[in-house]
Design a protein around this ligand. Structure first.
Ligand SMILES: C[S@@+](CC[C@H](N)C(=O)[O-])C[C@H]1O[C@@H](n2cnc3c(N)ncnc32)[C@H](O)[C@@H]1O
Length: 257
């Protein structure tokens, strides 16, 4: 079954993680964060809401459709000046038109059925000349084979049926580009990069996240006994020491106007 974002048991699934320098070093050359107004849609636990604040944004508004996830985001990051959170849908945030210099959506678009409506809302929120940034994994990114630094790739070796779920929900790069162009965005630019997700102190620390399905919605497609099998599969392949977990992502940049 797909993850239930509203369920209180999943409130902290996207919390307790900081954005890594491998993320900021890719984003910083693309857009000027200093003094800007950022809207972070599908903000989850607020990891990147906070990261934009740390990059110097004047205001960052995290929007998410889940009240319980937003509660956790507020608890972790709501105390920073200029940072706020509000409940809303990616297609209808309730924020005023032309309020943003940057609209940011990370790991959101594979969860929404209507990309055109999401792009239309980003268009409405952005000021002319503003920047729309989308970070997600394409089917191509998902297919990168497993390794000690990319254990996620092993999920699909262990349970090939998960690939059907992934390829079904992941947007193609060309598809997303054509939605953005259709909305009127210009300056379309796309790149692939590796982001360090987390450096786990040892294998057990990493496997605890897998056992709890933390921050990985795809693991909600596995039963409890399949999760146990996956943990064993990964334990056989990973060294016992630290796990530096990296994932391959695609980033799309588009300009309003
Ligand atoms: C995979 S998490 C990503 C969280 C965060 N952006 C990150 O990268 O750590 C996806 C988030 O999108 C939210 N979400 C899903 N569908 C949404 C929608 N239609 N409108 C707003 N938020 C949505 C979920 O509640 C969840 O918190």
């Amino acid at each position: 079954v797909p993850i239930d974002f509203q369920a209180p048991r999943n409130a902290r699934t996207y919390s307790d993680r900081d954005a890594d320098d491998t993320w900021s070093s890719v984003v910083e050359p693309l857009v000027r964060a200093e003094g800007s107004s950022v809207v972070d849609i599908g903000c989850g636990g607020g990891t990147y809401t906070r990261a934009w604040h740390d990059l110097g944004a004047a205001t960052v508004t995290g929007v998410d459709s889940s009240a319980s996830i937003l509660g956790a985001a507020r608890e972790s990051h709501g105390q920073h000046p200029g940072v706020s959170f509000r409940q809303g849908d990616a297609t209808n945030t309730g924020l005023p038109a032309a309020c943003a210099d940057i609209v940011w959506e990370r790991a959101l678009v594979h969860h929404v059925p209507n990309l055109a409506a999401v792009a239309a809302e980003a268009w409405r929120l952005l000021r002319p000349g503003g920047t729309y940034l989308i970070q997600d994994r394409t089917a191509d990114d998902v297919l990168v084979p497993g390794s000690e630094e990319h254990p996620r790739g092993w999920f699909f070796e262990a349970f090939p049926r998960l690939l059907t779920t992934e390829t079904g929900r992941r947007p193609g790069s060309a598809e997303l580009m054509s939605v953005l162009a259709g909305q009127g965005f210009t300056g379309l630019h796309t790149l692939q990069f590796w982001e360090t997700r987390r450096i786990h102190r040892d294998r057990e620390d990493y496997l605890a996240e897998i056992r709890n399905r933390t921050g990985r919605s795809i693991l909600h497609e596995l039963s409890d006994s399949e999760i146990k099998e996956l943990v064993e599969y990964l334990a056989e392949r990973l060294p016992t020491g630290p796990v530096k977990e990296r994932d391959r992502w695609t980033l799309w940049r588009a300009i309003h106007g």
